[in-house]
Design a protein around this ligand. Structure first.
Ligand SMILES: Cc1ncc(COP(=O)(O)O)c(C=O)c1O
Length: 396
């Protein structure tokens, strides 16, 4: 007899990238020289300060349950970080530490979203937001940014609003596009939130990875009066190359954080004690680690955009942050991103992520969190592939 799954389980979609990753694994296993540009994680070693703090914590026997919402030392490191970096003041009751930013986002979305609530999502968007909103019974309403330079426009956001809209999720620097929202855009969104009584989840997990003239701002620096409706999400995964440790956190109004804490207490309890100590080591550690990673990503970005910038048929907005390039493939001859990713993997052994995974069909995401050699080789495979398509589709 077949087990009957819950309607909730039935509604949860598998990742749009699964078919491509399965094919990449299969080709690799059969000895093909597959290069993967799908990683959403820095390829650097975690900072020594984190490794040492973790080893010390093991030696001290910090191997038991901790306070559910995080050890005081980590909350205090996060609070000082936000004070020093953004001039924002938080108390320990306004901070929760979880098993990654993804988990804390889930908890916050569960805390703020009721059945049939609508949540605005500038798109392209990180697909877990969509699924997490759905898991809470809500509905993600995308506001397309593909023809406004990947920056949300007031007009589009206003058109996406309804009397059921409860909040908006912002992610800057952005995954998958790499855009960094400017101050005017943040002020415009703050104004919409104020006028329409919306909460804002402000996911700034890539805030330290910003290049050139671009400057990252926390929305509360520009609109401090929104403090009681903004929940900031951040973590150590991207800034300190600590994706495997699973530490993320949120800062926000006490009542929201308290409910997320209740949810976490039934769902997962505290995040790993050792990983929390590692995060204390990272956040309190020397800042030059962050600058070394940032400048290396900037160098790789310049190499990648230098090669791909001249490819006929391909267009891209120069990424100002994070470590992704988002390529517009609509004029390459294969405008279907799933098909494009399948073919470039089969023919050039190059794994990219289809834009459909981010509500943006017609685009593909390439991560440059890999070695310079791989970036050069991957970019030239993409160039060759697109040139070969021109023979198949001379009109492009
Ligand atoms: C936009 C965004 N938010 C949150 C996360 C989650 O990060 P983690 O759960 O590793 O802290 C990611 C990871 O890819 C991300 O891209």
């Amino acid at each position: 007899m077949k087990l009957k799954l819950s309607r909730r389980a039935e509604r949860t979609s598998p990742s749009a990238t699964l078919a491509i990753s399965a094919l990449a694994r299969e080709l690799k296993a059969s000895g093909r020289p597959v290069l993967s540009f799908s990683a959403g994680e820095p390829d650097f070693r975690s900072p020594e300060s984190a490794l040492t703090a973790a080893k010390d914590a093991i030696e001290r026997g910090e191997t038991h349950y901790t306070a559910n919402s995080g050890i005081p030392e980590l909350k205090s490191a996060v609070i000082s970080y936000y004070r020093d970096r953004f001039g924002l003041e938080y108390s320990p009751q306004e901070v929760i530490v979880s098993g990654g930013a993804k988990q804390v986002l889930y908890e916050i979305i569960q805390t703020l979203t009721d059945e049939s609530d609508e949540v605005l999502l500038p798109s392209p968007a990180w697909v877990s937001y969509v699924e997490q909103i759905r898991m809470a019974g809500g509905c993600a309403v995308p506001a397309d940014t593909t023809d406004t330079g990947f920056i949300p426009s007031e007009d589009r956001l206003k058109r996406a609003l309804s009397d059921r809209t409860k909040g908006i999720i912002l992610n800057t620097p952005n995954n998958p596009v790499g855009t960094v929202y400017d101050e005017d855009t943040l002020r415009m969104i703050a104004g919409l939130a104020r006028a329409n009584d919306l909460w804002i989840i402000y996911d700034e997990i890539y805030e330290r990875l910003v290049y050139g003239e671009a400057k990252h701002r926390n929305i509360l620096q520009l609109a401090p009066d929104l403090r009681d409706r903004v929940i900031i999400v951040n973590g150590v995964s991207k800034t300190y190359s600590m994706t495997g440790w699973r530490i993320g956190y949120a800062l926000g109004p006490k009542e929201v954080i308290a409910k997320a804490d209740d949810l976490q207490s039934h769902m997962a309890s505290n995040p790993s004690s050792i990983a929390q100590w590692a995060a204390v080591g990272a956040i309190n550690g020397p800042d030059d680690y962050i600058e070394r990673c940032r400048s290396e990503f900037e160098r790789r970005r310049d190499i990648l955009t230098g090669i791909l910038g001249g490819v006929k048929g391909l267009s891209m907005t120069r990424p100002d942050g994070a470590f992704y390039a988002f390529l517009d493939i609509r004029n390459t001859g294969i405008p279907d991103d799933m098909e494009f990713c399948r073919r470039i993997l089969e023919e050039k052994y190059t794994a990219l992520v289809p834009g459909s995974a981010f509500l943006a069909p017609g685009f593909v995401r390439m991560s440059y969190a890999c070695s310079e050699d791989d970036i050069r080789e991957g970019a030239s495979r993409i160039k060759d592939f697109i040139e070969s398509l021109r023979n198949e589709h001379p009109q492009y």
